[in-house]
Design a protein around this ligand. Structure first.
Ligand code: NAP
Length: 555
């Protein structure tokens, strides 16, 4: 509970509860770390609460073999400190998970962040106390914390999901989830291993598991499009040239792109180009590797027939790589436009199916019936397994927030407010939940962009907002319900101009049975989005209610 005290500020007597903290941040991944750094620079009393034993967020948990970022290292890194971006050396074009985690740890050391992070602690409840105008948080360590502002840095892909398959508890082998991988690693040598799931995580893990296990059985429900990474050691000259222009490149990525990543964006439309030109361009980009392929033409995500030309190209590559035509056919996606589900980037994924020890099982033809004590039973066969790997993804974007039992004004729970899907203002705030911010929340570009840039933009905006509130002696900020409605409508409208809603993706909540089908991220692009957020701030936080509550201490 908050203690009621009298505070004297600039000669004004203010009676009211003083929270234990000005700001509590939930999560110490890349969002929580940067938020902590900036809040401390503001001189705020701040702490971060983190379930893991160390920093890193998604890169702390995702230690599965093959885990690697698919945004180039020189771009997937903090930009807030020129010294930091100059001094850090990435060893590969696309950094692997251990290197990204080492980078997170380096940042924590460099900015001395750990002293204000409570590790091994989860928030089990967050309740807004209207009378006291502060947040009360309960942790799984039995603590109660009070804070004026609560900042959710809980990540978009942090709530790992294992489907509740019948018989799972009876399995006598070991089970793993890619998103909660054991820190000590796993040796699958000599084992019969099953993998369920062929999204980004599965596609990265499968070639590594195949190289180690005696037998690997991949249980595929839906094939995904994947592009070759063409990962390589960092080219020294490339790194040097990039670093020489870091500030300009970062600014360009921030302000002039849709995704916050500098790609080689074409200004041509696929459907206006000749078949030969298209083929040449797709070949060139396929050879170059990475998501650059999706920028071969500028209408791939808007025009179905253009999209189909790129999808056909990738399907042809799959057929050219996989020796057995029936396996190639199963691996070739046909049910969604390319890019409408998160595109995967792999190293040797399709060729892995040419190995003698790898079997692909089509769960569309014969669905899983149950997990048995010794393996997995589909509608037509039993597979004997020693270990089972779930690469089954996340309750994305909303799962981590809803798990926390958040209640706002009038005791209304976030779960009730979001029964029909998440509703936010700018992905940053929620009507009915004063003084709470969501970093990369639903309704912001987040997962459609360079996550670290999306994080930095949100943190910078929140920090400017907190400074403004402090200068103005404002104690409470809350999104207006109508402004929120208008934003949600805009987010939906923008999504409807794209091919994204055509896929049963986790962007749509389609991977979790019973989850409302709503396209959650903002597809309008990071540049225009940043402009909107800046305009809102410039207009005195338009669409927010700001209140100076005389009975309560400001920041
Ligand atoms: P995901 O994309 O949601 O894929 C989950 C997979 O599990 C899908 O193939 C899904 O099949 C399958 N699945 C789920 N429940 C199942 C069930 N009951 N039975 C059979 N199959 C089931 O999850 P993810 O691969 O962990 O990737 C999530 C996101 O994390 C990515 O999209 C990406 O944004 C991010 N990520 C990025 C990287 C990177 O930077 N390279 C790496 C890993 C992850 P259906 O499609 O049929 O549902």
């Amino acid at each position: 509970m908050s203690n009621s005290v009298t505070k004297c500020l600039e000669g004004v007597q203010i009676a009211g509860p003083t929270p234990g903290f000005d700001v509590v941040i939930v999560g110490a991944g890349f969002a929580g770390m940067y938020m902590l750094h900036r809040a401390r620079l503001l001189g705020l009393r701040v702490c971060a609460i983190e379930k893991a034993t160390d920093v890193g967020g998604v890169w702390y948990w995702n230690r599965y073999p093959g885990a690697r970022c698919d945004v180039e290292s020189l771009q997937y890194s903090y930009s807030f400190s020129e010294e930091l971006q100059q001094e850090w050396h990435w060893s590969e074009r696309f950094a692997a998970q251990p290197e990204i985690l080492t980078y997170a740890s380096h940042v924590a050391d460099r900015f001395d962040l750990r002293r204000d992070i409570r590790f091994s602690t989860g928030v089990t409840e967050a309740h807004y106390d209207e009378a006291a105008a502060l947040w009360q948080l309960q942790t799984d360590q039995g603590e109660s914390l009070t804070t004026r502002f609560c900042i959710m840095a809980t990540g978009c892909l942090s709530n790992a999901r294992t489907p509740p398959l019948p018989g799972l508890d009876d399995f006598t082998g070991k089970t793993y989830h890619t998103g909660e991988w054991p820190h000590e690693g796993v040796d699958f040598s000599g084992q019969r291993v099953g993998v369920i799931g062929t999204g980004s995580s599965g596609l990265q893990a499968i070639p590594m598991l195949a190289a180690q296990a005696k037998e690997l059985v991949v249980f595929q429900r839906t094939p995904n499009f994947s592009l070759p990474a063409r990962n390589a050691p960092m080219d020294e000259a490339y790194e040097k040239a990039w670093k020489a222009q870091y500030p300009q490149k970062r600014q360009k990525a921030r302000e002039e792109t849709l995704s916050g990543v500098l790609y080689d964006r074409s200004s041509l439309k696929a459907h206006e180009s000749s078949a030969e030109d298209r083929q040449n361009e797709y070949e060139r980009r396929w050879a170059g590797g990475g998501i650059n392929f999706m920028h071969s033409f500028n209408d791939l995500m808007q025009n179905m027939s253009s999209n189909e030309t790129a999808a056909d190209f990738v399907r042809a590559k799959i057929r050219a790589t996989v020796h057995k035509p029936e396996v190639a056919d199963l691996l070739a996606p046909k049910d969604h436009p390319i890019g409408s589900k998160r595109i995967c980037v792999d190293s040797n994924y399709y060729a892995t199916y040419n190995r003698e020890n790898v079997t692909l099982v089509d769960l569309r033809a014969a669905p899983i019936v149950s997990i048995t004590p010794t393996g997995l039973q589909t509608a037509d066969q039993h597979y004997q397994l020693d270990s089972l790997v779930f690469a089954t993804g996340y309750d994305a974007m909303t799962g981590a927030l809803l798990k926390m039992n958040i209640t706002g004004r009038h005791g209304k729970s976030l779960a009730d407010c979001w029964q029909e899907g998440p509703r936010t203002y700018l992905g940053l705030a929620i009507a009915g939940f004063p003084n709470m911010f969501t970093i990369t929340g639903p309704g912001s570009p987040s997962v459609l962009s360079n996550m670290i840039f999306a994080i930095e933009q949100h943190v910078d905006w929140i920090v400017d907002c907190l400074s403004h509130l402090r200068v103005q002696n404002i104690t409470s900020i809350e999104a207006d319900a109508q402004a929120q409605d208008a934003w949600v409508e805009h987010v939906n409208h923008v999504a409807d101009q794209t091919l994204f809603p055509l896929a049963n993706s986790w962007y749509m909540g389609a991977n979790v049975p019973g989850k409302p089908r709503v396209f959650m991220p903002y597809a309008g692009g990071v540049g225009p989005y940043r402009q909107k957020c800046d305009d809102v701030a410039a207009k005195g936080y338009e669409g927010f209610h700001l209140q100076a509550l005389p009975a309560h201490a400001p920041l």
